[in-house]
Design a protein around this ligand. Structure first.
Ligand code: KIV
Length: 278
């Protein structure tokens, strides 16, 4: 890996590196992970940040939405990711209803996440309405990444995972929300599922970086969901994630071959394949 191409050079990535990277016009790379094994692999591959998304509830947990994720689950997965990660900034999602009720709640829960996982920041969804929570967290020493556009915790209100901010009025609201997050002290904002020209405008008015997912090429960075880009999640890959591998079919084929060999008396062979167990 060439360290000059990653945030923070060779050292651990800090939230302050993000704004510097935007000013220098150098794209930020973030990816999701939920455990130490994948955290080790993606950190070693040179990503700048690992997001322990509340998508863990759907991607690993098989739930329909992210709403069931709890603080204890996020801490459990955040701690695993932190153990596997040497250099990238670890950002842990604050789950539904852990910051919406009051800034006090937000500080208590965000503080727990940082303290008990060793992560460097939290992410939460929403705009001007969550700015008081963002400000309280930042004042308490908890760095915050925002998340605008399609926000999965509001899936029922938004009517499904569909493109956001399609008209002019929506652009004004989005810019107002993004500015509110910036003013409250957020160090970066995820822009999800919106036309590229809209994400470009938001990116232009902010001094903090935007990290896009399904938001076109003109954000300051990009985030993908690891299991989708590896072809490990269900579906046909028609979502906003480009597939960089097809590990799902490789796993299926490997396991089917093993089953076939066991049933056909081919595995194990006459020669021992593993270490003897005393
Ligand atoms: O939870 C998650 O994985 C996310 C990504 C969609 C950015 O928030």
């Amino acid at each position: 890996m060439d360290d000059s191409k990653t945030l923070g050079g060779g050292g651990p990535v800090k939230v302050h590196d993000f704004a510097r990277r935007k000013r220098a016009g150098e794209p930020i790379v973030m990816i999701t992970a939920y455990d130490a094994l994948f955290a080790f692999l993606v950190d070693d591959a040179g990503v700048d940040a690992i997001l322990v998304g509340d998508s863990v509830a759907t991607v690993l947990g098989g739930e329909e939405t992210t709403l069931s994720a709890t603080i204890d689950q996020m801490i459990h997965h955040g701690r695993m990711v932190r153990r596997g990660c040497g250099r990238a900034l670890v950002v842990v999602d604050m789950p539904f209803m852990s910051y919406q009720v009051s800034p006090r709640d937000a500080v208590r829960n965000g503080g727990r996440i940082l303290k008990e996982t060793g992560a460097g920041a939290v992410k939460l969804e929403g705009g001007a309405e969550v700015a008081p929570a963002v400000e309280a967290l930042v004042t308490a020493g908890v760095p915050v990444m925002g998340h605008l556009g399609f926000t999965p915790q509001s899936v029922h209100q938004l009517g499904g995972p569909r493109q956001q901010a399609r008209d002019h009025g929506a652009l004004e609201t989005l810019i107002r929300d993004a500015r509110a997050l910036e003013k409250a002290g957020a160090f970066a904002v995820v822009l999800s599922t919106m036309p590229g020209r809209i994400a470009q405008k938001v990116t232009h008015v902010l001094s903090i970086p935007t990290i896009g997912i399904g938001a076109g090429p003109l954000c300051d960075g990009q985030v993908l969901m690891l299991m989708e880009m590896l072809g490990l999640s269900g579906g046909d890959g028609a979502g906003h994630s480009k597939r960089y591998a097809e590990l799902g079919s490789e796993v299926r084929e490997a396991v089917a071959r093993f089953a076939q060999e066991v049933r056909g008396g081919l595995f194990p062979g006459a020669e021992p394949t593993g270490q003897a167990v005393e």
